[in-house]
Design a protein around this ligand. Structure first.
Ligand code: ADP
Ligand code: ZN
Length: 531
C-alpha cells in the first residue's frame, strides 16, 4: 500500500519491492531515481547488468503521464516491453518490426492515455508529425537508452541519435534520463552537452551519476594465446556443470569452436548474426534454460540477454576496447556469485584491432582516440600490477589491489628492463622510425639477412648489440613497451615503431621500465608483418 505521506525516495523503494520484487536498490540506482524525481535531467553511467532500466521505469510510474523511451534496437525494445507487461506495467512500442495496423493501434492507446512507457526508435520519434502528435500528450520523462550513441566521441555513434539534441526544445518540461554503460570521460561530457537543457545563463543543467564499475565477484584473468583450442577446452572442461559464454571474432570461428567443444562432449552452441534465426533462437533458448551450456558467440550475442548464472565469459581474442570488454565480461555473475572472465590475446590481435580502427576511418582525432582506447586494453592485458586497478582506473575509479585477479593471486616477476628498452628506442630512431618489430629485433640480434643488408642496417652501431637476449624476450619487451606507450605501433606505417613522449622521458632518465617475464611465450606463433 502506497502511503501518500511517504517521501519520493520511500515511494520509489516501495515500488521496487511491490512491482519488481527486489528488496533494495543497487549501486547508485536510488540516486539516479531521486535526481529524476526532482525533475533534473540525469545521465546514469552504469555497467551492464546493474539495472539501468528501473532507474527510469520507477520515475516513469511515479510521475504518471507518458514516458518516452528511446532505444536503438528493436530487439531490446521488444524484450523490455515484454518484461514490463509481465510486471503488469502498461508499456508498448512503436517500431518497424510491427505492422502498420499494430503501430496504429498502439498509437491509439497512447493517445487515450493508456500507455505509461512508450518505446520508440530515434528516427521514428524525430519526425515532425510524431513530435507534433506527442506534443499534445502529457510527457513527463524522456529516457534515452544507450545514450553514448549520441556522441561522436564514443565507440558507437549513430547519426539517428544526433537529432535527439533537439528534444529539450520540444519537451522542455520533461527531464531526460540518459543511460549508458560507456563511461569514458569525454563521451560523458559530450552526452551531457548534447542532451541536457540549458539554464537561462546558458549553462547545461543536469546531473551525471557514474556508478561502480567494479564487479568484484568476477575473477579477471588474461593469458597469451598459444593454442586457443587447447586453452579453451581446458578452461571449459574444468567448469563442466557451469554455463558460460565464449566470444569469438568471426562467425566461422564460433562454429568451429562450438563444433570442437561438442566433439569433446560439451553442450556448446554457436550463435551469430549470420545464422538462421530459428536456429539462433533455439540455441538461445537452450542456453537460457539448461545449466552447463556454453554459448559460443560473436558479440552479436549478449545485448539484452539476462541470464543471472553465467559463470564465465571467455574471450578467444582481444575485444575491441575497454568499454566493450567491461560490457562483455559484465554478462558473467549477475547473481553476484563467484564468476570468471578469461581472455586470450596475442600480438596479431593488436595488429588486427589497429587495422579495424584505421579501416573504419574518421578524422585524425577520432583515430587517435580509438587507438588510445585500444592501448588501454592492451595495457590491461600486460598489466604488471592488479588487473582490476588497471580496468577501473580507465573508468575513473581507484581501488586497492583486488586479490581476485590472476596478477594479484599469482604476482608476476618483474624484471628491470630500462637498458633493453633504450636499445629498442635507439634502433627505432636510428632506422628512421619506419621499421616494424621483426626488423628492429633482427638488427639488435645481429642478423645479416637480405633485408638487413638492403638497408645497410648491418653497419649501424647498435647492430648485434642485443645478442644476449632471445628473440622472444625482445618481442615481449617490445610489446610491453607498446602497452606502456613507450613506443607506438603505427598501423598506417604497417606496424612501424615510433617514438613517443614516454620514449623521450625514458631517454632522459625520468622514468624506468620493468617488464613481466611471464608473458614471454616462446611458442607464441604470431609474427608481425615485415615492413
Ligand atoms: P542493464 O540495463 O543495466 O544491463 P537491466 O536493467 O537489464 O540492466 O537489469 C539487469 C537485471 O538486474 C534485471 O534482471 C533486473 O531486474 C535486475 N535488477 C535491477 N535492479 C535490481 C535491484 N535493485 N536488485 C536486484 N536486481 C535488480
Ligand atoms: Zn587484482
Amino acid at each position: 500500500p502506497m502511503d501518500s505521506e511517504a517521501s519520493p525516495g520511500e515511494r520509489a523503494l516501495e515500488m521496487l519491492k511491490t512491482v519488481y520484487g527486489y528488496d533494495q536498490f543497487r549501486g547508485r540506482q536510488a540516486e539516479v531515481i531521486d535526481s529524476l524525481l526532482e525533475g533534473k535531467s540525469t545521465l546514469a553511467v552504469m555497467p551492464t547488468g546493474m539495472g539501468k532500466s528501473v532507474c527510469f521505469q520507477i520515475p516513469a510510474l511515479l510521475f504518471g503521464g507518458l514516458t518516452l523511451v528511446i532505444s536503438p534496437l528493436v530487439a531490446l525494445m521488444e524484450d523490455q516491453v515484454m518484461a514490463l507487461k509481465l510486471l503488469g506495467i502498461a508499456a508498448d512500442s512503436i517500431n518497424s518490426s510491427r505492422s502498420r495496423e499494430e503501430n496504429v493501434s498502439v498509437w491509439r492507446r497512447v493517445a487515450a492515455g493508456e500507455v505509461s512507457l512508450l518505446y520508440i526508435a530515434p528516427e521514428r520519434l524525430m519526425t515532425e508529425r510524431m513530435l507534433a502528435a506527442l506534443a499534445k500528450l502529457p510527457i513527463r520523462l524522456i529516457a534515452i537508452d544507450e545514450a553514448h550513441c549520441i556522441s561522436r566521441w564514443g565507440p558507437s555513434f549513430r547519426p539517428d541519435y544526433e537529432g535527439l539534441t533537439r528534444l529539450t526544445d520540444f519537451f522542455p518540461g520533461a527531464p531526460i534520463a540518459a543511460l549508458t554503460a560507456t563511461a569514458d570521460e569525454a563521451t560523458r561530457e559530450d552526452i551531457a552537452e548534447k542532451l541536457f537543457p540549458r539554464t537561462l545563463d546558458g549553462q547545461r543543467d543536469g546531473k551525471v551519476i557514474v556508478s561502480g564499475f567494479d564487479r568484484p565477484n568476477i575473477r579477471l584473468s588474461v593469458q597469451l594465446r598459444k593454442d586457443w583450442k587447447k586453452q579453451l577446452l581446458e578452461f571449459v572442461e574444468a567448469r563442466a556443470e557451469q554455463s558460460g559464454i565464449v566470444y569469438c571474432l568471426s562467425r566461422r570461428k564460433t562454429e568451429e569452436a562450438a563444433e570442437f567443444l561438442k566433439e569433446h562432449g560439451i553442450k556448446a552452441f554457436a550463435y551469430h548474426a549470420g545464422m538462421d534465426s530459428s536456429i539462433r533462437a533455439a540455441h538461445q533458448a537452450l542456453f537460457m534454460r539448461e545449466s552447463g551450456t556454453v554459448m559460443v558467440a560473436t558479440i552479436a550475442f549478449g545485448m539484452g540477454i539476462d541470464k543471472p548464472d553465467v559463470r564465465y565469459v571467455f574471450h578467444t581474442n582481444l575485444p575491441s576496447n575497454m568499454e566493450a570488454y567491461s560490457q562483455e565480461i559484465g554478462r558473467a555473475g549477475r547473481d553476484g556469485e563467484p564468476s570468471e572472465a578469461m581472455m586470450l590475446y596475442g600480438l596479431d590481435d593488436i595488429r588486427m584491432r589497429r587495422s579495424f580502427i584505421d579501416n573504419e576511418g574518421g578524422d585524425e582525432d577520432h583515430l587517435a582516440r580509438e587507438h588510445k582506447r585500444l592501448d588501454a586494453l592492451i595495457a590491461y592485458c600486460e598489466a604488471p600490477t592488479c588487473r582490476r586497478q588497471s580496468l577501473l582506473s580507465y573508468f575513473g575509479e581507484t581501488i586497492e589491489p583486488c586479490n581476485n585477479c590472476d596478477v594479484c593471486l599469482d604476482p608476476p616477476e618483474l624484471k628491470e628492463g630500462t637498458a633493453e628498452a633504450l636499445s629498442l628506442i635507439d634502433v627505432a630512431e636510428q632506422t628512421g622510425e619506419i621499421f616494424g618489430a621483426v626488423q628492429l629485433i633482427d638488427i639488435l640480434r645481429g642478423l645479416t639477412h637480405e633485408k638487413i643488408k638492403k638497408y645497410n642496417h648491418h653497419t649501424l652501431p647498435c647492430h648485434g648489440s642485443g645478442k644476449g637476449t632471445s628473440k622472444e624476450d625482445w618481442r615481449a619487451i617490445l610489446r610491453q613497451m607498446v602497452a606502456a606507450n613507450m613506443l607506438r605501433l603505427d598501423i598506417q606505417g604497417h606496424g612501424a615503431l615510433k617514438l613517443t613522449a614516454k620514449s623521450e622521458a625514458l631517454k632522459k632518465g625520468d622514468i624506468r621500465f620493468s617488464y613481466r617475464t611471464d608473458v614471454m611465450a616462446p611458442s607464441e606463433l604470431s609474427r608481425p608483418k615485415r615492413t
